[in-house]
Ligand binder design. Structure first.
Ligand code: ZN
Length: 101
């Protein structure tokens, strides 16, 4: 039987202490940058549409000088294959844990 590995982000809500600290240390950018990236994607998708790429996420990464291979790898690993998936798969868990801002 194949073992289905849960996306790390799905466990975020239950994380605390050392586990949460380790999660934060493995992030490809600071937690604040990741929150702002999610906000940026949300704002852009309000105006435009997802074109099945991470164009808006990339735009933010470029502007802020984030390590985009690392950030996109992290987003994909957690189900955020494109901008709308970032909002669908990552934003709810992220905001549930770290709040809107
Ligand atoms: Zn999409």
């Amino acid at each position: 039987m194949a073992i289905f590995k849960k996306r790390e982000i799905e466990n975020l809500e239950q994380m605390s202490g050392e586990e949460l600290k380790a999660f934060l240390e493995r992030l490809p950018a600071g937690a604040e940058s990741m929150s702002k990236l999610i906000d940026h994607v949300e704002d852009e998708l309000f105006e435009g549409e997802c074109n099945h790429s991470l164009q808006y996420a990339m735009q933010y990464m470029m502007r802020e000088g984030l390590d985009f291979p690392k950030v996109t790898a992290w987003l994909s690993k957690n189900g955020g294959y494109c901008d709308c998936k970032v909002m669908e798969q990552i934003a709810p868990q992220w905001r549930g844990k770290f709040g809107e801002d």
